[in-house]
Every structure is written in structure tokens, then in C-alpha cells.
Design a protein around this ligand. Structure first.
Ligand code: PEP
Ligand code: MN
Length: 338
């Protein structure tokens, strides 16, 4: 929609109309009491390329259609997307429980947690081999040895492995070991990384940036989807607000909003959102109640000794009851653990 200034002259309105018509869009002139608006119906990209804002008599150009395309539920996809990750269903009938340590520290630690979460109904194992750390002096992950440990844990439990893809130079290693490629919050707008992730041919768990809008999240998803990769999960993991009581603010309204505007599954991360294990269960239950397709949570056998994110890690010994109570909430919404 092109809104003209109140002073715009007929010749200026005609000039805008003529420029729009060069692109083949359908043009509708809507004279109003104060100003004239001109509707352009058709390909928004072509209209954007016309630089109408600079033309005489134009006040503003207001996009009506949504800026994300492939992630949108407006276009081809009206049905929610569902897919399988090595036989584990993700989608409307399932509540996907992804659990595991923040980071792989040792073989024993990772296998211990993997067995504990597998026994209680988790459908995938999380664990970082490459960690994005706020301080360059913090533990950054074991790299390839961690990926080898994760592969061993997959072998022992049958759980597909979700691990973060931090840098394009790790692409070969991630392609070899990961079953789900996680894009961390700090990299949601690393467009080169998103394109490489899309090309790996593996499902992608795309985390929302710390200060990213939902429109930006869906445009980031478009980067992966445009590589022909349809298996994308969106992840709400808390955003920056004025509130400092929790590590981030879990934006639960993102879940039903994303369900309205996108066909992609939505996973909630209450661990990184809250930073506090005491809040992880209530937020997980809330995620189930608000219609999330699953959660991703951090678990450790001895969180006090964890190298990363200990205060938010659930005790492995508490995980069975946690999983049972969250599954009960999910079943109220017609979902069962995968
Ligand atoms: C993680 O899941 O290990 C992680 C670093 O999360 P985020 O990117 O959401 O901070
Ligand atoms: Mn973590």
C-alpha cells in the first residue's frame, strides 16, 4: 500500500501508478478524504525494488503481506509440518522431549545422563560439543572428541543427537555426527551459517535470537528452508527484557503466535530462558499447555560440578518424575511423548 501525502498532485499519483504498472502488479487507486492510497496487489519483492519512497508525493509504503515466505502458514503450507528424526516423530500429535547435558564434559557424564533421560521417555539427546560462550575464557567444549562421545551415547541409547553447529568450519564434523543441527540463539542471524546448515540435509533446531523478533526468527528459518530443507524446528529460548529476576524472559506467547503464522514445529527451552532449575518444570508444563511441540532441557547427574549452566540443569535423579508430570500436561493437549 502506497500512502500519498495530503498535498500530492494528480500527476504524482499517476507517476506512482505508472511505475507500479511496469512490474505487472495490479494497481488500485483509493482516493480518501485527506490522502490517496494506492494498493499494489502482486509480488511484494518487485514493488520493494521500485524505490517508491523516494518519489514526489509519496508519504510512505506500508507492506501488507508478511516478510517471511517459506516459513509462513499463509502460502503453500496450511497444515502443520511434521517429520521424523530417525524414527522419532516431531509434530502435532507428539510432545518431543529433548534432554541432556549443556555440554559434553566426559564420556561417563554424557553416557550417564543419556541413559537416565532415555529411560524416562526422552526422544532425543542434547549435548554441546562446541559452546558459544560469552567470555572467551570459559569452557568452549571438547569439539570432535565430544561428538564421538555423543555418537557412543546414541549407540548405547538409540537417542538421536541434537548438537550445536557454531561455525561453518565445523560443517564436516557436524554432518558426520549430528542427527539434529542446532543453531544457537547467538547465531540466529548468522546467514552464512544458516545456509550451510540448510545444505547439511539434517533437521535443524533454530533458536530465537536473544533480542530477535518473531518476524526475524521466521525470516531466519526461510534461510534454511530455501536450501530445500523442510525439517526445521523453531525454538523459543527466552529473550532480553527489563526483567533480571530470570536469566531471560520466556516468551510463551511466541508459541501460539508462531502456530498461527507458521507451519513449523515449536520447541521451548525453559532451561536457558530461566537459568534456574526450580522454574524448569513449571515452564515446561506451561509450554505443553500453550501448545508447544516439545521442550529441550538440560540435565546433569551432578549439576554443582557442571562446567556450564549448572544452576539450570535438572538433577538426573529427578528426571523420571519431571518427565512424567510434563507428559501428563502434554496429554491434556492430545500429545504423547514420541
Ligand atoms: C544451548 O542450548 O546449549 C545454548 C547455548 O542455547 P542458546 O543458544 O539458546 O543460548
Ligand atoms: Mn546451556
Amino acid at each position: 500500500m502506497i500512502v500519498m501525502t495530503p498535498e500530492a498532485e494528480e500527476a504524482e499519483i499517476a507517476a506512482v501508478r505508472a511505475r507500479l504498472e511496469t512490474t505487472g502488479v495490479h494497481v488500485l487507486v483509493l482516493p480518501g478524504e485527506l490522502t490517496t492510497a494506492i494498493g499494489a496487489i502482486g509480488d511484494p519483492e518487485r514493488v520493494r525494488g521500485l524505490n517508491l519512497e523516494g518519489m514526489a508525493g509519496v508519504d510512505r509504503v506500508v507492506p501488507i503481506s508478511r516478510p517471511y515466505k517459506l516459513a509462513s502458514s499463509e502460502l503453500a503450507h496450511h497444515e502443520p509440518t511434521s517429520f521424523s528424526v530417525d524414527g522419532r516423530a516431531v509434530g502435532p500429535a507428539t510432545f518431543t522431549l529433548i534432554a541432556g547435558p549443556c555440554t559434553v564434559e566426559t564420556r561417563e557424564q554424557t553416557l550417564g545422563v543419556a541413559r537416565a533421560v532415555q529411560a524416562s521417555g526422552a526422544s532425543m539427546l542434547r549435548g554441546g560439543a562446541y559452546k558459544p560462550r560469552t567470555s572467551p575464557f570459559a569452557f568452549k567444549g571438547l569439539g570432535v572428541p565430544a561428538l564421538e562421545i555423543l555418537a557412543e551415547a546414541r549407540e548405547a541409547t538409540g537417542l538421536p543427537v541434537v548438537t550445536e553447529f557454531l561455525d561453518t568450519t565445523h560443517a564436516d564434523a557436524i554432518a558426520e555426527y549430528a542427527d539434529v543441527v542446532q543453531i544457537g540463539a547467538r547465531n540466529m542471524q548468522n546467514y552464512a551459517l544458516l545456509e550451510v546448515a540448510g545444505k547439511l540435509g539434517k533437521p535443524v533446531l533454530l533458536k530465537r535470537g536473544l533480542s530477535s523478533s518473531l518476524d526475524e526468527l521466521l525470516m531466519a528459518a526461510d534461510y534454511v528452508l530455501k536450501e530445500g530443507n523442510e525439517r526445521v524446528m523453531l525454538c523459543e529460548r527466552g529473550i532480553r527484557t527489563f526483567e533480571t529476576a530470570t536469566r531471560f524472559t520466556l516468551d510463551l506467547s511466541a508459541v501460539p503466535w508462531l502456530k498461527l503464522h507458521s507451519h513449523l514445529p515449536v520447541i521451548v527451552d525453559p532451561s536457558h530462558a530461566s537459568g534456574d532449575r526450580r522454574l524448569v518444570e513449571p515452564l515446561s508444563r506451561a509450554a505443553a499447555a500453550v501448545g508447544a511441540d516439545g521442550i529441550i532441557v538440560e540435565v546433569h547427574e551432578d549439576p554443582d560440578e557442571a562446567l556450564c549452566d549448572g544452576p539450570q540443569a535438572l538433577y538426573a535423579r529427578d528426571f523420571p518424575e519431571f518427565a512424567e508430570r510434563v507428559a501428563a500436561h502434554a496429554s491434556l493437549c492430545g500429545r504423547s511423548l514420541a
